[in-house]
Design a protein around this ligand. Structure first.
Ligand SMILES: Cc1cc2nc3c(=O)[nH]c(=O)nc-3n(C[C@H](O)[C@H](O)[C@H](O)COP(=O)(O)OP(=O)(O)OC[C@H]3O[C@@H](n4cnc5c(N)ncnc54)[C@H](O)[C@@H]3O)c2cc1C
Length: 389
């Protein structure tokens, strides 16, 4: 049975666009000068093959550069992207579709933070959710499809003093007319083997991302700063009880946040307590806690553990060249720019406010567009048309 026959026999789904009209006329609706609405009542063929049209090509002035022509240099590029999380790979997708043939130095742990989580349910386009590593594999495949060259190496040193910029990784020197820094931030962990084993199985470092999975469960949050108290309070929306575990007897967090935690009937605060072990085989089932004052160990049942002891932005390599804030994150100028002309910044490496895959990806898109426009203004790349994006 062909698809078409099949369609005839199957009951039809309701047309989601029924009654919708779209103005394709290009008129100025603000002045009431509409080109006339087109109704979706009549079927529109979207899959008719495009007609091939041969247009004469002229080489634009200013085109060229090291990657033009057949023999491209493997270590020379118009745009080099450092990092392969959502920000870096989105920048790569956009840059490769604009024919920049970017090089991505992906890091020795490519894919970024989503590689250490299981279900991602808030990334648009995946209504059933998707596993973090699977999502990042798709990002990478899409970037490679358009010609990104991706090497799984860590950048050890950069020299942004003159152009082309120089970037070193595993003994190889790369040269680039422009750079996107998208090295993200790393969540800090307690360092327990059991914690690593149960990551994505009840252990998390992101309440916004994973809180939803802990509806009506009894869970713990570790930490004593503002983030820990914020996360504990946020998690009470889902959990039946949140135990806030802190190693010291006083909190680094602001008084208002501490008061809010103590006042919240769903939060139980425990000071002088450290987590010695996360218990459970396939998922978190309990915690082994140490009372720091008495040294006593106690096993308690628990269904989840959030580590909220901070993040380390991956910025060491850039500190001699780019501005960092008091927390060590890169500082952006004018959306995605940096203090070095031609060096752009995207994702969690500067953003400690939103810290989400979708915001990092959006940033990667913006950085690639900004880099492309900058290269064009320098006469290094050809002017792109709007359709390149
Ligand atoms: C446990 C957990 C669960 C999460 N769940 C969700 C979720 O469900 N939904 C959501 O939207 N967000 C989630 N997040 C947040 C999300 O993962 C981040 O916001 C996002 O990954 C940031 O993307 P990024 O590209 O800026 O940086 P990252 O993902 O951190 O990627 C940075 C990349 O840079 C590389 N790198 C670092 N240093 C160097 C170097 N010197 N040279 C070369 N490469 C380098 C790293 O190897 C990595 O590949 C979660 C985070 C965690 C920790």
């Amino acid at each position: 049975m062909t698809q078409r026959d099949d369609d005839k026999n199957e009951p039809k789904a309701a047309d989601p666009f029924a009654g919708l009209t779209i103005d394709f006329g290009g008129g100025d609706s603000a002045n009431g000068n509409s080109g006339g609405p087109v109704s979706f009542g009549a079927p529109i063929a979207f899959n008719a093959p495009p007609t091939a049209v041969e247009l004469p090509r002229a080489k634009r002035p200013g085109a060229g550069g090291p990657n033009d022509g057949g023999d491209r240099d493997e270590h020379r590029t118009k745009l080099l992207i450092i990092g392969s999380g959502p920000a870096g790979l989105t920048a790569a997708i956009y840059a490769s579709r604009a024919n920049l043939e970017p090089i991505v130095l992906a890091g020795v742990v490519p894919g970024g933070q989503l590689m250490i989580t299981s279900d991602v349910e808030n990334y648009p386009g995946f209504p059933e959710g998707i596993l973090g590593p699977e999502l990042m594999a798709k990002f990478r495949e899409q970037a490679e499809r358009f010609g990104s060259r991706i090497y799984d190496v860590d950048v050890e040193r950069v020299d942004f003093s003159e152009r082309p910029f120089r970037i070193w990784a595993r003994g190889i020197e790369y040269r680039a007319d422009s750079v996107v820094v998208a090295t993200g931030a790393s969540a800090l962990w307690l360092g327990l083997e059991s914690e690593t084993r149960l990551r994505g199985r009840g252990v998390s470092a992101c309440a916004t991302c994973d809180g939803f999975f802990f509806r009506d469960k009894e869970i713990a949050v570790v930490g004593g700063g503002d983030t820990a108290l914020e996360e504990a309070t946020y998690l009470t929306r889902f959990a039946s009880k949140v135990h806030l575990l802190h190693r010291r007897d006083s909190f680094r967090a602001s008084k208002i946040m501490v008061d809010r935690a103590y006042d919240n009937p769903k939060i139980e605060v425990h000071t002088n307590i450290s987590v010695e072990e996360v218990l459970g085989g396939a998922k978190v089932e309990g915690l082994r806690l140490r009372n720091i004052a008495t040294n006593d160990l106690t096993d308690v049942p628990m269904e989840g553990l959030f580590i909220a002891i901070g993040y380390r932005p991956n910025t060491e390599v850039f500190r001699d060249w780019l501005d960092v804030d008091e927390k060590g994150y890169l500082v952006v100028h004018d959306e995605t720019g940096s203090k070095v002309d031609g060096v752009f910044i995207a994702g969690d490496v500067h953003d400690h406010r939103y810290r989400q895959a979708v915001t990092a990806a959006g940033d990667g898109c913006k950085a690639a567009i900004d880099a492309e426009r900058w290269l064009e203004a320098q006469g290094i790349s050809e002017a792109t048309t709007a359709t390149a994006w």
